[in-house]
Design a protein around this ligand. Structure first.
Ligand code: ZN
Length: 222
């Protein structure tokens, strides 16, 4: 929002400069000529400050489309929260949250950046970057209609491979990443206990009660 306002300010400066070259100011017979270097500078600054919000807007649209696919066409709308959004969010302690009624998914700062850096180099994914992939899949499962956290998380675990592929990660890397999340990050949740335990179940495993037997499941044999 701040970037957009700054960009609009520079656009206004450009407009003002052009306007002054066309209309003579009060008390003058002729308008003042346009200063080309000044005009170029303010237009360049307007474009520079417009870039981050445009980039985020584009990424949110991309994520919304993929989340909708993951949620079996329940319409999802992803919003990447800024630092300010996150500070004002009553659920700021969670990395993200979703509303199954409206399809709105909020991803807290800086998790969209983490997801973006995962997508830039999935073959070198860090543990945190894998968490960001699972966060995206997890919130999409809430939009799909699941509210129980352990079931939601297990549905996400089984679809992280599908999610990574939808987001453009090459097939083999997507499977490795999804399996690594299940084998390491997910199993750690069970060991940590406390709040994390609500997201874990020992029934979330191949052939156990929570296995949905998806043809493209993370743990299906290719
Ligand atoms: Zn959840």
């Amino acid at each position: 929002m701040l970037w957009t306002l700054i960009s609009l300010f520079f656009l206004w400066c450009a407009f003002h400069e052009v306007h002054a070259s066309l209309v003579a100011p009060a008390g003058f017979d002729f308008p003042s000529p346009v200063s080309k270097p000044y005009l170029a500078l303010v237009l360049a600054l307007a474009a520079l400050f417009a870039w981050p919000p445009l980039h985020t807007w584009h990424f949110q649209r991309f994520l919304s489309g993929k989340a909708t696919e993951l949620a079996d066409n329940h319409r999802a709308k992803v919003h990447c929260n800024t630092v300010f959004d996150t500070m004002l969010d009553p659920e700021m302690l969670f990395a993200g949250h979703a509303n199954p009624r409206t399809g709105e998914i909020a991803i807290q700062h800086p998790w969209c950046d983490t997801l973006r850096s995962y997508l830039n180099h999935p073959e070198r994914a860090t543990s945190q970057e894998l968490e960001s992939l699972d966060l995206f899949t997890h919130e999409s499962m809430h939009v799909r209609g699941e509210l129980n956290e352990a079931l939601t998380e297990c549905e996400a675990v089984q679809r992280n491979y599908r999610a990574a592929r939808l987001l453009g990660v090459p097939d083999e890397t997507a499977r490795e990443n999804a399996l690594q999340y299940y084998n390491i990050n997910y199993q750690q949740r069970g060991k940590i206990g406390g709040m994390q335990a609500a997201y874990y179940s020992d029934q979330c495993a191949p052939g156990r009660a929570m296995d949905e037997h998806l043809s493209d499941s993370t743990w299906a044999t290719p």
